[in-house]
Every structure is written in C-alpha cells, then in structure tokens.
Write a protein that binds this ligand. Structure first.
Ligand SMILES: CC(C)(COP(=O)(O)OP(=O)(O)OC[C@H]1O[C@@H](n2cnc3c(N)ncnc32)[C@H](O)[C@@H]1OP(=O)(O)O)[C@@H](O)C(=O)NCCC(=O)NCCS
Length: 154
C-alpha cells in the first residue's frame, strides 16, 4: 500500500457500518450507530475517514474526530485499522484533523489518552502535544488513568 492510494474524506452515513466495525476493533465499541449519526449531523463535530480501494470496493481504514468547543479542538477519536497500523497513517490523519481545526480558526487542541497507550502518546508528543494534567481512573473498564494533552496552534 502506498500513502498516495489513501483518501481522506468526511464521514457520511454510507460508511457507518465499516466505521462501527473499526470502532469496535480499536475501542471495543466507543460510540453507537445513533451516536455516529448525531456526530455527522452536529455542526461542531468534524469526522474524517481514511479509505483505500481494494478490488474496486472502498475500505475504511482510519477514523478521526474533533469537536469545536469555543476556541479549542477536542480530539475525541483517532483510530487506524489494526491491519494498517505502523504505516504513518496515524500521522496522516492527525495532520489532517489539526489542519482542519486551524482552518476553522481554533487556537489549540486537547485530548485524553491512556497513560499506557505508548503508541498514541509517542505520536501526540511527536506533534508537539504536552501533558497538562491527569484524570484518575478515566477508563472505567481498566481503571487506567488518562493524561490530558494540549497543543497550541501558532
Ligand atoms: C495510535 C494509532 C492511531 C497510531 O496509528 P499508526 O498509523 O499505527 O501510527 P503511525 O504509523 O502513523 O506512527 C506514528 C507514530 O506513533 C508512534 N508509534 C507507532 N507505532 C508505535 C509502536 N509500535 N510503538 C511505539 N510507538 C509507536 C511513533 O511515534 C510513530 O512515529 P515514528 O514512525 O516516526 O516512530 C493506532 O495505533 C491506533 O489506532 N490505536 C488504537 C486506537 C487508539 O489507541 N487511539 C488513540 C486514542 S487517544
């Protein structure tokens, strides 16, 4: 797979079955079908997907989302299909989300990440996110703490 073959698009209802599958693979079911429909309809939510064409059918291999809240972009989802991880697609998707947020005139980005999620932490730190706090036992299933990260747009 070459990076040029990957398309970045806004999520529509057409891709929701695949997105639910991806959500389940990466997060064990974070948002429901109705939840995603509400996000698509919300003017404050930006949902991007990465797709590739396999045998003439489109496969969703990445999903990212941020909410615009006042002057902040709250990154709520960043997920790459397990079969496609480690190929710089996380970087591509995060770059596109941050570009969109900056274009909307937002001033900074924030997110929560599990303190043991080394892959994601490395990625965010590479993009200039810094630690700003901790939410104790944020993830109910595992009792894992979340780190709050921030990045200011210049
Ligand atoms: C986190 C995630 C989005 C990264 O996507 P990815 O496509 O695998 O990442 P990339 O290939 O773009 O790698 C980007 C950076 O992530 C870090 N990274 C990626 N794989 C890593 C690994 N196996 N070990 C340590 N760091 C790793 C590195 O800093 C890497 O940069 P480098 O290639 O210059 O070293 C992906 O692993 C994922 O979907 N995880 C499950 C869902 C999740 O936890 N999302 C984050 C919620 S906050």
């Amino acid at each position: 797979m070459v990076l040029e073959a990957v398309k970045v698009k806004n999520l529509t209802e057409k891709e929701l079955d695949q997105v639910l599958e991806l959500d389940s693979l990466c997060f064990g079911g974070l948002w429901s079908l109705d939840g995603y429909k509400r996000e698509i309809a919300s003017p404050n939510s930006c949902l991007l997907i990465l797709t590739i064409n396999i045998k003439e059918s489109e496969k969703v291999i990445g999903l990212g989302c941020f909410w615009s809240i006042l002057e902040e972009a709250h990154l709520t989802i960043l997920a790459i299909h397990p079969d496609f991880q480690g190929k710089s697609l996380g970087k591509l998707l995060l770059t596109k989300l941050l570009e969109k947020a900056e274009k909307k005139g937002l001033e900074r980005a924030t997110l929560e990440v599990g303190e043991n999620n080394k892959k994601a932490l490395n990625l965010y730190k590479q993009f200039g996110f810094v630690e700003a706090g901790r939410r104790k036992k944020y993830y109910k299933k595992t009792d894992e703490d979340a780190l709050i990260l921030w990045k200011k747009f210049i």
